[in-house]
Write a protein of this length. Structure first.
Length: 477
């Protein structure tokens, strides 16, 4: 049995809905859209693959797994979002056999920025000689929730709200309490930001913003960059963290790919180009080969298809790692004793790893699972004490039962305590009768024969020596 903390709920009207139920509704709706896309053909979607940030916690991953089960879908795997982009890129690009190159993916979305560094290789695949398949290995990732396109929109909307309040002081207090007006400001902020990507000045026009009052203003690119100066100042921090996790420098990067909507901001492109050029000593083109709206989903589907024998797709060898540290601690249910905390999976461990726990215990026990030093789950193992006091009571045991269990970290980043097994050794006496050798009536005769045999063997040895001497003489001749 296990007990997990950190439950999340949503309040919809007077009802409280669990996070898993909300996700299940989203998954079921997506399944319905997919089933209805057959254009007359019957489609019954049963499998699911989901992308998520690389720093997603175990609780978040478990919630997605539970939601897929509630929706009646089989979760094939969870894939880190930017890693999925890297896999999709490998469909059209691969390195030469025998070479190793590093690629940096800068994914700047609406509410976060994720940087992933992958090692690109090629290895033989299939039975055809010379045929190779790309190898995509994630070596470092980092996220920053202070960087994102939506956060830029909020800054523009905040400035424009203040301008409206200064222009119409009588409406200053009321407009802040009008949710519809605030949504209009945010929607126009997004449009104006997009216009500033190709123009140095953009209009900001909202009809009937509040109390039938129109609002018109303009915003310059310089003003926008000044608003977002705090974000631009930390733009490269996730790159440095990802490089540190990968244990390489920017000079080792051969390819750079930008993804997401926010990278289109000219200042973002300029700062990224300058940072990379300074580190490498030469200009590196910012690749724009991936469609941020669909490439992630396609890459994740490709990861799932490659792990199944039911699909025939281009072979891509893919591996990812965890950003979290997982440790366990064994303790008595009574609380009288506890063992030291054992780190099973340090941060950076490859997903799909498997570790085994081995320890001695003479009573029922608990296994505590920690994520980054924080207690997540406690597993209770019972039945050992009952066996020792019952079935094993009369056994002459050589020591305490030896307990073993597996703690796998699967490809989705899910970890659990599985298959605890107790083994005992029993010591006992076995009586048996050893037969005495029978006396031989011809001992004297045998002794004489033995003496003759000894003499014969000596004679044979001398004969062999003479033969060897003759052979040596002939060889010398």
């Amino acid at each position: 049995s296990s007990d997990s903390a950190c439950d999340s709920t949503f309040k919809i009207g007077d009802d409280e809905v669990e996070l898993e139920e909300v996700l299940a509704s989203v998954f079921f709706f997506a399944k319905k859209i997919a089933d209805d896309s057959g254009e007359g053909k019957v489609i019954n979607v049963r499998d699911l693959v989901v992308t998520m940030p690389s720093d997603a916690t175990l609780r978040q991953r478990q919630a997605i797994a539970a939601a897929s089960e509630i929706a009646g879908l089989r979760l094939l795997t969870l894939v880190h979002e930017t890693s999925a982009f890297a896999v999709q890129r490998a469909v059209d690009f691969s390195v030469e056999s025998g070479s190793i190159e590093y690629a940096l993916y800068y994914n700047m979305g609406a509410r976060k920025t994720e940087v992933t560094i992958v090692r690109l290789e090629a290895r033989s695949a299939g039975m055809v000689k010379g045929k190779t398949a790309p190898v995509v290995s994630v070596v470092g990732s980092a996220l920053d929730y202070r960087l994102g396109g939506h956060l830029m929109d909020l800054k523009i909307a905040e400035i424009m709200l203040k301008r409206f309040q200064d222009k119409f002081p009588k409406l200053a207090d009321a407009v802040v309490k009008d949710p519809r007006a605030l949504r209009k400001l945010l929607a126009q902020a997004q449009k104006s930001k997009a216009m500033l990507s190709s123009n140095k000045m953009a209009p900001f026009i909202v009809e009937s913003l509040h109390a039938d009052t129109d609002f018109q203003a303009t915003i310059k690119r310089e003003e926008f960059e000044e608003m977002c100066s705090d974000m631009f100042g930390i733009l490269t921090e996730p790159i440095e963290k990802a490089l540190a996790a990968a244990n390489i420098t920017i000079a080792d990067i051969a390819h750079v790919e930008v993804i997401g909507g926010a990278w289109r901001v000219p200042k973002v492109q300029q700062l990224l180009s300058d940072y990379i050029e300074k580190g490498k000593g030469e200009k590196v083109h910012l690749g724009q080969h991936l469609n941020g709206e669909e490439a992630g989903a396609l890459g994740a589907a490709l990861v799932a298809a490659n792990s199944s024998s039911s699909f025939r797709v281009k072979k891509i060898f893919f591996s990812d790692n965890t950003q979290h540290e997982y440790a366990v601690q064994i303790s008595a249910l009574s609380g009288e004793w506890e063992k030291n905390v054992t780190v099973l999976y340090p941060a950076g461990t490859a997903l799909g790893s498997k570790k085994k726990l081995n320890f001695d215990s003479s009573e029922d026990f608990a296994v505590k699972l920690f994520e980054n030093g924080i207690l997540l789950t406690e597993y209770t193992v019972t039945g050992l004490k009952e066996l020792l006091e019952g079935k094993w009571k009369d056994y002459n045991l050589t020591g305490a039962p030896k307990v073993s269990a597996t703690v796998p970290l699967d490809g989705s980043g899910l970890i659990e305590f599985k298959n605890p097994t107790a083994t005992v050794e029993e010591s006992y006496w076995v009586n048996f009768t050893k037969e005495k050798p029978k006396k031989n009536a011809t001992n004297a005769t045998n002794a004489t024969k033995d003496d003759n045999s000894t003499a014969d063997s000596k004679t044979d040895e001398k004969a062999d020596e003479k033969d060897e001497d003759k052979a040596d003489e002939k060889a010398d001749e």
